[in-house]
Ligand binder design. Structure first.
Ligand SMILES: *Cc1c(COP(=O)(O)O)cnc(C)c1O
Length: 345
């Protein structure tokens, strides 16, 4: 791996971050706060929230098995996807490499930051080749984007092949594990000590059922987390989100129940979709709370479902996903409504 100084935008490396009132005061007992120009009335919303979200991180640390100093929290994974660009890539000069097809935000953030995005096609089983990805890199490649289980394909990427990418690349590798709660594959967040160039993303938006709260996480070396903390908005996670997420994290058994139910429903839904001979060509393997299915005519079936008030994701225009629909697993009732509609097609 190149040194973190070599990988970081020079202006970011030398950046003196904004020092908020809540940053400068830390620790000692105090009860009169006259340092932040807050209104003394309207408790608790009058006070700025904890800029480093320590309480949330302490609970997450136990649940995820990652030390507090290795956790960054952001306004959804969106922030944790944008920050690596703003910290490590020089606009108009550097580039990133990513698997294709994958989650659309990696490219959107590359475009916003004026950074060249180099997609590398997966194989016909939606698997990556470390050799192909590494061959697409040059001296200005700062980040490789991986997503496992991958969106929109649903499958986990081959573990050993991911390791080859991480160990074979001298820049940073992001592994987005937004759907790892649905998968049995070992999470890369437990391998941070082995790989200083690794960034792992998780989210509260999927298995934890908190998409509206907007909380995403990055797990990485404390040096990388330090750079993120320097660049992020000072109060990027608001008080209500911190409170609600804390509540959710105190009840992980609820999540276990949801995941079990959704995985059962996924099996049932897929089995039934496979039986629809006039619609279904192939259901692809999935490790997530959705599946990709190749159908006879994705646009027509999509429109047909929309007419019945049922929305799935049409991935017809995505590379390697011609005539594919991505279907999220819903409640038993919702899934039955989908199946009933498809049977009448
Ligand atoms: C849904 C999803 C996310 C979650 O994004 P948030 O901003 O945390 O809601 C992240 N990555 C992938 C690949 C996703 O599919």
């Amino acid at each position: 791996m190149k040194s973190l100084e070599e990988l970081t935008r020079p202006n970011i490396w030398s950046l003196a971050p904004y020092s908020s009132a809540r940053n400068e005061y830390n620790g000692k007992d105090a009860h009169v706060f006259l340092d932040a120009n807050e209104n003394p009335y309207n408790t608790p919303y009058n006070r700025y929230p904890d800029p480093l979200q320590i309480e949330v991180k302490q609970l997450l640390s136990k649940i995820k098995g990652v030390a507090v100093e290795n956790i960054f929290l952001g306004n959804g994974s969106d922030e944790a996807i944008d920050l690596p660009y703003r910290c490590f890539t020089r606009p108009g000069i550097d580039n990133v490499v990513a698997i294709e097809p994958t989650y659309g935000m990696y490219k959107v953030c590359a475009d916003i930051n004026d950074v060249e995005y180099r997609p590398v096609l997966l194989d016909e089983h939606y698997q990556l080749s470390a050799g192909k990805l590494l061959a697409a890199c040059d001296d200005n490649t700062k980040i490789i984007w991986l997503c496992s289980p991958n969106n929109p394909t649903g499958n986990s990427l081959n573990y050993d092949e991911i390791v080859k990418v991480i160990t074979g690349f001298d820049g940073l590798v992001v592994v987005d594990e937004a759907y790892s709660d649905f998968s049995r594959q070992k999470s890369f967040r437990c391998e941070l000590d082995k790989y200083p160039n690794l960034i792992v993303l998780n989210t509260m938006s999927k298995a934890w059922g908190c998409a509206a709260l907007r909380l995403g996480m990055a797990f990485a070396s404390k040096e990388i987390i330090g750079i993120f903390n320097k660049v992020k908005y000072p109060y990027n996670v608001n008080l209500l989100t911190q409170q609600k997420v804390l509540e959710a994290l105190k009840d992980p058994f609820e999540v276990d129940k949801w995941v079990k139910m959704l995985l059962q429903e996924r099996t049932r839904l897929i089995d039934n979709v496979r039986m629809l001979n006039n619609i279904c060509i192939e259901v692809y393997p999935t490790d997530a709370n959705f599946f990709l299915v190749k159908v006879t005519d994705a646009q027509k079936i999509y429109d047909y479902l929309v007419d019945r008030g049922i929305i799935v994701r049409n991935r017809n225009r995505v590379q390697l996903c011609k005539n594919c629909l991505r279907i999220t697993v819903g409640t038993k009732t919702e899934n039955n409504e989908l199946l009933a509609a498809l049977r009448q097609y």
